[in-house]
Design a protein around this ligand. Structure first.
Ligand SMILES: C[S@@+](CC[C@H](N)C(=O)[O-])C[C@H]1O[C@@H](n2cnc3c(N)ncnc32)[C@H](O)[C@@H]1O
Length: 240
């Protein structure tokens, strides 16, 4: 299992991931947009746009972090978006942002684990997650609990890094992702491991068809993958 702090052998991936995001939370938004040249914003917009026709009124944003995907989901004009995350530090920065934007009536952020969601079965019209599932300790358990809280007929949208396929682009991208990004990330976030864990966790993540297979196994149907920007990221849609 790929973990952020390999030397800490007595702590679980979940504890390490929460600690890592607590550590980098003060720089998370800046580094996200800087390291992706702002493309992450377009990916979130595209993913949320796919839910437009469904008009979901109650949305759950899993691994909400500082709340960017939850904020983007307001474009769907829902009654409520609830965001959950295991990192108190990320949530604190998210709450500040939501207050600043005056969105506290629409978005509520809660400490919570995707593998054990504190919600009743069938309680959301849509469940969304951006750049979260790769960090789960148990991917299948997390996805299955997301399926449990989604109402029948509801849609799940997962946005996650994937591995680009074309040889030339893949070579350039891997150089940036594995050699340059970890150095910039370490300088700005002051966490030596977080931006080394990022490419390692993407490498180990079951993307494309492998992800769709797990998605179906936990109960989603009408599944499809939409690769974005040469396959650097992908959107995975599934229905309950
Ligand atoms: C890369 S950030 C993504 C944040 C946000 N969704 C975004 O698009 O910017 C990943 C987040 O997943 C959270 N996370 C990891 N495992 C989790 C779990 N089991 N349950 C809830 N959140 C989790 C981390 O704490 C972190 O805030």
């Amino acid at each position: 299992m790929v973990v952020p702090y390999k030397e800490e052998q007595d702590t679980s991936k979940k504890e390490q991931v929460a600690k890592m995001f607590d550590n980098i939370s003060h720089r998370y938004d800046f580094l996200n947009h800087f390291l992706s040249l702002g493309i992450d914003i377009l990916w979130r917009k595209k993913a949320i746009g796919l839910l437009k026709k469904e008009n979901p009124k109650k949305i759950l944003d899993i691994a909400t972090g500082t709340g960017d995907f939850a904020v983007e989901a307001l474009a769907l004009n829902p009654d409520k978006v609830i965001g959950v995350d295991i990192s108190a530090g990320m949530l604190a920065h998210g709450r500040e942002k939501i207050q600043r934007k005056g969105l506290q009536d629409k978005i509520e952020l809660r400490l919570g684990d995707s593998e054990k969601l504190p919600f009743e079965d069938n309680s959301f019209d849509a469940v969304i997650v951006s750049f979260g599932v790769r960090n789960f300790e148990n991917l299948e358990k997390g996805l299955s609990d997301m399926n449990r809280v989604l109402r029948p007929g509801g849609t799940c949208v997962v946005l996650e890094f994937s591995k680009p396929r074309g040889f030339v682009f893949k070579t350039l991208y891997n150089f940036y992702f594995k050699a340059i990004l970890p150095v910039i990330g370490a300088v700005f976030s002051k966490d030596q491991s977080a931006y080394t864990y990022l490419p390692e966790s993407v490498q180990a993540f079951p993307d494309g068809d492998d992800f769709l297979e797990i998605y179906r196994r936990v109960g989603f149907s009408q599944t499809r993958a939409i690769p974005l920007t040469f396959g650097i990221s992908s959107i995975y849609i599934g229905k309950k």
